[in-house]
Design a protein around this ligand. Structure first.
Ligand code: TRP
Length: 331
């Protein structure tokens, strides 16, 4: 039996080069090795204000981006969260076993709620419980998440262990963070000590997968580099290091190999060449996303198949949970 690996993306923001190189591209290499589930979390997206038409479009785009990056819908279970009602159902049960104190300590909640003024949606507070349901519903072993989501995964484990203690050790599989053997951590182009983030207010800090080649080239040429001029791989030169990391992720080369190609050259060369490599790499991905976005029948077909598969799998676990907590069987 293959181990279950699961990850999800919020459709509320456009994906960046960081998501692509750090996550998506890695998963493509893992999809045969693991039993993979990937989905777009539209129900998480509405914890903050959304435009309905935009949410629908971005949910499709998230799925199209998975496929364009090489995720094979025949190999993996690819779906949209709201198409599988078991996520909401399990989430309610878990809400009754998570505490106010735990949820109040979540740093993402603190950050996001601080931006909401006096009217903080309760959904923002409950967000990590829905994420726990996403994960626990499929007996997930491995969750490849970034630094910012580790606290949510820790909470998922705490809730699962607590309920296993009450209802039997075989109720939930305790999931673990998956740390990829090779994983590129791509940093902001404007502040290379920070991770490249899709929610950074400065559009020059991130390359979005939808950016045109011109935009990509301009942003990378304007990337903040460091003092000095020699291209070296060092923590003292985070800007230069970031560009080298991007090249490594695109070509599979080691940092030393990339650095040796710049002996006697300046930062400018590194910027221009990195810019052109990224633009050339992303152009076909972008074209494929657009092609898929126009092929609604195909995308809907993929999502229908994915949701059916996910619902069948999820119902088994949900039945067990409902039984253990004492709900009457549905006849
Ligand atoms: N909270 C995650 C993020 O913001 C998205 C997410 C929702 C997720 N459910 C998940 C990630 C389950 C991994 C597993 O990136």
């Amino acid at each position: 039996m293959k181990k279950v690996m699961l990850s999800a993306v919020a459709p509320s923001n456009r994906l960046t080069l960081g998501n692509y190189l750090g996550a998506l591209k890695n998963w493509v290499n893992l999809q045969k090795q693991y039993d993979c589930l990937f989905f777009a979390v539209d129900m998480h997206a509405i914890t903050v204000k959304q435009d309905p038409e935009e949410l629908r479009r971005e949910t499709r785009r998230a799925v199209a981006t998975y496929i364009a990056s090489g995720i094979d819908p025949k190999e993996c279970t690819l779906f949209v969260q709201s198409h599988v009602p078991q996520h909401a159902e399990l989430s309610w049960v878990l809400t009754c076993f998570a505490t106010m104190g735990e949820l109040g300590r979540m740093t993402q909640y603190k950050d996001k709620s601080a931006k909401q003024g006096a009217h903080i949606p309760a959904g923002l507070f409950a967000y990590p419980v829905l994420m726990a349901a996403d994960i626990l519903l499929y007996g997930t072993h491995l969750v490849p998440v970034g630094e910012d989501q580790k606290q949510h995964l820790e909470l998922t484990r705490d809730i699962a262990e607590r309920m296993n203690g009450l209802f039997g050790d075989d109720l939930f599989v305790i999931p673990e963070v998956y740390i990829p053997p090779v994983g590129a951590r791509i940093m902001s182009l404007q502040d290379p000590t920070q991770k490249m983030s899709k929610s950074d207010p400065d559009p020059n800090s991130a390359i979005y997968l939808g950016d045109t080649s011109d935009q990509i080239i301009k942003k990378i040429k304007r990337a903040v580099t460091d003092s000095g001029s020699e291209v070296t791989w060092s923590d003292e030169k985070p800007g230069v290091k970031n560009l080298i990391t991007i090249q490594c992720a695109l070509t599979g080369k080691k940092p030393e190999e990339v650095v040796s190609g710049y002996a006697g050259k300046m930062y400018g060369h590194l910027k221009v060449e990195t810019a052109e490599m990224v633009a050339a790499h992303l152009a076909p991905v972008r074209a494929e996303v657009e092609r898929l976005m126009a092929d609604t029948a195909y995308l809907d077909g993929v999502l229908k198949m994915g949701a059916q598969n996910a619902r069948n799998r999820a119902q088994k676990l949900l039945d067990r949970v409902y039984d253990r907590v004492g709900f009457l069987p549905r006849s």
